[in-house]
Ligand binder design. Structure first.
Ligand code: PMP
Length: 381
């Protein structure tokens, strides 16, 4: 495991595609090749122990070191101190949306949700059977997908007196929109950062909790990084079992039961890779380059391509676009695939196309997609 002062094997920019394929998948998604290579080595032998990564006991020193190192790197990147816990929670984001409601809504009070996406709606769906839910903002009511940018002030968020928290989804993976900064509120703020963690500087310490599932900028699915204020998670319901309580996972150093050891190690390697790239600030500039290239093709296409994402909330990671014809969209996807541009179809329920370009996605892939889109528009416009 590397310390921050050693030159890192991960210092190179994102690697070229494998087999000539650019994978625009929304998640799980493109991984940096040096990280994949390292995982391959560690599957056979973790840290010269003679035992492979997924064969180590979660209570032994090799795994404990890997988990502790992952936590240290995440703390450096996010800037949170010991007032916040960094927990490797079992399951993906939706599972943790359910945990959130069970922890804080079961004994009364209301969860306020800013409904800007399919994933925010999923969080609402998990909370509704558990307690009171109020939608504080609806960004999916009309034809356009929006986020409240410039940001809502606390006073603008519809919240009852018994509100326990305000939940928002920072980057709306399916809709292609994002919050340009977190909502302002005096209530405990909960952010779903599943698709944008480490992609840009973000004030983690100002949140009561952030939830980010693996599978994108964190690598493998099966685990979520939950960063939470310790005094907040102590206020959770006592009428749920320990395995559902964030505070119990924190006190057990994320080994309350057998954790997803593989996913935690991959998260640690992705965090090291993030640091070696220069951290979220440097990565944000590269992400901006990629996404603006594709948004520009949409804007310059004279209406051939258009997007339901509102301009003020355009995501810097997931670019959504479509043509006026579902048949043409289908042809776009077939031709793109044969050109090596894979997984460009939009989220079910949104339709059209979506180019997901997370931290590890190479700039070259965005250039090739931009050229392909221009050529397709010329041939079919
Ligand atoms: N939130 C966001 C922003 C997502 O992009 C996703 C998955 N794409 C989820 C939540 C759901 O994650 P999971 O499948 O791990 O429950």
């Amino acid at each position: 495991m590397t310390s921050s002062t050693e030159p890192s094997e991960f210092a190179n920019p994102p690697m070229p595609p494998r087999h000539g394929i650019y994978n625009f998948s929304a998640g799980p998604s493109h991984m940096p090749l040096p990280v994949v290579d390292r995982i391959r080595e560690e599957l056979l032998d973790l840290g010269e122990t003679g035992i492979g990564l997924i064969e180590h006991s979660h209570r032994g020193p090799a795994y404990s070191d890997a988990s502790a190192e992952a936590e240290r790197v995440i703390r450096r990147i996010t800037g949170v101190d010991e007032s916040h816990a960094v927990i490797f929670m079992p399951g993906g984001a939706t599972v943790n949306f359910a945990f959130l409601a069970l922890n804080f809504l079961r004994d009364g009070g209301t969860g306020v949700y800013l409904d800007t996406s399919v994933w925010a709606s999923k969080a609402i769906e998990e909370a509704t059977p558990v307690g009171n839910v109020q939608v504080g903002f609806n960004g999916r009511g009309g034809d356009e997908f929006t986020c409240p940018n410039p940001m809502l002030d606390g006073a603008d968020i519809a919240a009852p007196d018994d509100a326990r928290y305000v939940f928002y989804c920072a980057n709306n993976t399916g809709e292609g929109t994002w919050f340009t900064e977190p909502p302002r509120t005096n209530l405990p703020l909960i952010g779903d950062l599943t698709s944008d963690i480490f992609s840009r500087p973000w004030p983690f310490a100002d949140h009561a909790m952030t939830i980010a599932a693996g599978q994108k900028n964190l690598g493998a699915a099966g685990c979520s990084v939950v960063i939470a204020r310790r005094d907040f998670i102590e206020t959770a319901s006592r009428s749920i079992g320990p395995i559902l309580r964030f505070a119990d996972h924190d006190k057990a150093h994320s080994i309350l039961n057998t954790p997803p050891t593989f996913a935690v190690r991959v998260i640690g390697l992705m965090a090291e890779w993030t640091e070696a790239q220069g951290g979220p600030e440097a990565i944000a500039a590269r992400n901006q380059l990629k996404s603006s290239m594709i948004w520009k093709v949409v804007d310059d296409s004279e209406g051939f391509y258009w997007s339901r994402a509102s301009r003020a909330a355009r995501s810097g990671l997931n670019v959504t676009f479509q043509t006026d014809s579902a048949d043409l969209d289908a042809r776009f996807l077939v031709e793109a695939k044969s050109a090596g541009l894979e997984n460009l179809s939009g989220l079910a329920g949104v339709g059209g196309m979506r180019a997901s370009m997370y931290n590890a996605f190479p700039v070259r892939g965005a250039e090739i997609l931009a050229t392909f889109m221009q050529d397709f528009a010329r041939r079919n416009g």
